[in-house]
Design a binder for this molecule. Sequence first.
Ligand SMILES: [Zn+2]
Length: 382
Amino acid sequence: MKKLLLPLLLLLLITVKAQYLVDTHNDILSVVLMTGADVGKLQNTGNFDLVRAKQGGLNAQVFSIWCSGDYGKGAAYARANREIDSLDALIKRNPAKMMKVSTPAQFKEAIATHKLAAMVGVEGGHMIEDRMDYLDALAKRGMRYMTLTWNNSTSWASSARDETVRRDSLKHIGLTEYGKQIVRHMNDLGVMVDVSHVGEQTFYDVIATTTKPIIASHSCVYALDRNRRNLKDEQLKALAKNGGVVFVNFYSGFVDSAYDAKASRFLRQHRAELDSLIKIYHDNDLSIQQLNKLHQTETDQMRPPFDMLIKHIDYIVKLIGVDHVGIGADFDGAESYPLGLDSVADYPKVFAALKKLGYSQSDINKIKGGNFMRVFEASVGK
Ligand SMILES: [Zn+2]
């Protein structure tokens, strides 16, 4: 009996308090593959490392496995595996600080032993290269969500970008029959269906197909910033009805409708410098991140006020309830975040702001991680 008491107490503590903090989207692995940075140690660039994660109280991170649509068949799946290799290597170098997690039981073990729960999310259905066996293999390597598309559509699902920018030239809009099979198979495998980046038609086809709650791993509110990556009120309501959760993205471009114009002007003014950075990094997004850092005084002025991010969280809570919102910051995946949000060390500011707005601790706990756990358990089992 005594032997059982401690684990039981721990479990009770975790279940009742549920004070863990989960972030469902971080792109550091792409950066690590390009720069070789050791994020087990404190970095002076980027937004994530294990030291700052600890400072920010981060308990669980879903690491995004990502490559652009330029990686076609024969390349995308291999690239995804290399990124998972790099996560496994990071964990191997830091066994006392983090552990790989693919079930709620492992998640709770990580929390109880004060390790960062490291999870895998694959951002872009193109990485399964239209193959169900690749989907199985990635699930086996720990993938617990797959974003059905990135900006590029797949042969079975249309993306938000393509549904809005090149709708007329799409061969199909929404999910194809094969796309529906993939969604059902993800349900069976316990891989959460992520609708961030998908087009509206794909979104509604997913809602009609899935038997499990869905997630939007890193999206904001369209009513506050009319960006095609953000969710409209009707989508948010449908997501709530499905039992799903939207994890709010911190990227300035999704938070503030005024940001895009400022960012475009800045890029035009520094075009030559950006071109030379692209020659060094061979990656547009990473080069823009570097350019922003080189002109910090100027780019700081382009950042939205911190409260604008809080408005997105509060809007979702008021529209569909506190059970359907969480955090998916998109750190290391964007060049700009609202003022005060520089890295994973800054999450506590978000929860302090919610507290100031009158949110109860139990509601804040849901936003921090409780809502994630509900969907995770509904997908994978306990
Ligand atoms: Zn993304």
